[in-house]
Design a binder for this molecule. Structure first.
Ligand code: UD1
Length: 422
């Protein structure tokens, strides 16, 4: 097993081009199943979650090729409607295959994704919406068996779930009539999915607002598309500069997608400037605590940025209160940050981060994707060396964390973990 060795305390200087967005590329790749033709997708980041997604596409009969950041999927002939349990378990978001398989073939079988490291992640909204479009869904021994040619319908989500919105959009493209989703998620990745579907000849409008309308049953054709940049990866690198001081630039990213996070970093004392497709940050040696941060659906403060911003604020002057409103178990990085000397008290959904004057390098372990990235961010502000293990979590969402941090001036290298006998 390898680890990152990260040297802290060195102010940063450098620039990073931001990779393609994990949360866009996964539904976009699933959407290729709707097309009896070939799709060419650019800016596909090299992530383990993308590898699992491509494995599912291959299993279903697609011809898949990857050359660098470009993936070609030929879904002309599908030979299966069944996603094996092993692949479903690797990635919670594999549930997004349900809509397009059902929309294309009229039947689908996959296993229940179950809980994950962030706490329980139910899919009741996905299932009830697909049922209301005409799917017959039965649960047998942990497998979801779905049948039915879908019709359009009106779906109102009780929570603006990102995954449910995407699943319904994908199923509805293959359905016969018109579908309207009310209280849809408004995340930029939903707009990216709509833009991809439009490139294939689908009739979808409203993404980015709370009401999305899909006129299904259009004849789709192959197409070419470039995935948007990953706003959470950009937040991670801005937080990295904020954690230790110095200056940095992230390019290729739409600043509007990050405005709630850059507002927090500005309040904490950083100078943040946003250009057409880049953001620059200048950070002081010490940040100030900020007003309470509450995670919320887009355009609110993203739950995925909670951990990395918390890591940056561990040494701020004063106390910052975080309220995590999206997931029940999203403070697992806190114990690891405490090993580095952070003073964070958690009670239920609330975490109070009392700034400490110093953090110290330590052996810490990533237990989830963004929590793992947060430990790398904290390590930059710590004195001495941090040994960060659990890299498989980080590789789910960061194509080259070490390379990107190196470009920002961080001393980081990968090494084999030495396991002591005691
Ligand atoms: C997506 C993102 C994830 C991000 C999250 C919230 C992907 C691949 N992942 O996850 O990185 O943290 O949005 O921005 O895009 N819920 C239900 N029933 C459902 C579905 C959701 O109760 O059927 C609840 C969830 O438990 C959670 C909330 O709704 O509390 C939001 O979840 P959702 O937006 O669905 O998140 P994901 O799509 O899983």
């Amino acid at each position: 097993m390898s680890v990152f060795l990260i040297q802290g305390g060195v102010p940063l200087s450098g620039a990073v081009r931001i990779q393609g967005a994990k949360n866009s590329v996964l539904p976009i790749l699933a959407a290729t199943l709707l097309v009896p033709g070939t799709c060419v997708i650019h800016n596909c980041p090299q992530l383990t979650d993308v590898d699992y997604t491509l494995a599912i596409l291959r299993h279903l009969g697609c011809k898949v090729e990857r050359q660098g950041e470009t993936v070609t999927v030929d879904a002309s002939v599908l030979t299966d409607h069944n996603v094996p349990d092993g692949l479903m378990r690797e990635m919670r978001s594999s549930v997004v295959f349900l809509g397009p398989i059902l929309g294309r073939l009229g039947c689908a079988e996959l296993s229940y994704p179950g809980g994950c490291e962030l706490g329980p992640r139910p899919i009741d909204l996905h299932l009830s919406a697909l049922r209301s479009l005409g799917a017959d869904i039965r649960e047998r021994n942990g497998r979801l068996c779905c049948d039915g040619r879908l019709d359009g319908g009106d779906v109102t989500l009780s929570i603006p779930s990102v995954g449910a919105t995407e699943n319904i959009m994908l199923a509805a493209v293959g359905a016969a009539g018109t579908t309207t989703i009310t209280n849809a998620a408004r995340e930029p990745e939903i707009i990216d999915l709509q833009d991809f579907l439009l490139a294939l000849g689908a009739d979808v409008r409203g993404a980015g607002t709370s009401v999305i309308t899909i006129r299904g049953g259009k004849r789709l054709h192959g197409g070419e598309y470039t995935v948007m940049a990953d706003r959470i990866v950009a937040c991670t690198y801005l937080s990295a500069v904020a954690a230790v001081g110095g200056e940095g630039e992230v390019t290729g990213v739409d600043w509007r997608h990050l405005s709630t996070v850059t507002a927090v970093l500005t309040e904490a004392g950083c100078r943040v400037e946003s250009g057409r497709s880049k953001i620059t940050i200048e950070a002081p040696r010490q940040l100030k605590a900020v007003r309470p941060i509450r995670t919320a659906p887009y355009p609110g403060f993203p739950t995925d940025a909670q951990a990395v911003v918390m890591a940056a604020l561990c040494k701020a002057e004063g106390a910052t209160v975080f309220t995590e409103n999206m997931f029940t178990s999203r403070y697992r990085h806190v114990d690891e940050l405490s090993r580095m000397g952070a003073d964070i008290r958690v009670e239920g959904r609330v975490a109070v981060v009392c700034g400490v004057p110093r953090l110290f390098g330590a052996h810490v372990r990533a237990t989830d994707l963004r929590g793992g990235a947060a430990l790398a961010v904290a390590a930059l502000g710590a004195e001495g060396e941090t040994v960060l293990s659990g890299l498989r979590h980080i590789r789910r969402g960061y194509a080259d964390l070490a390379g990107d941090l190196t470009a920002l001036g961080v001393k980081i290298r990968e090494a084999e973990e030495i396991v002591s006998e005691s």
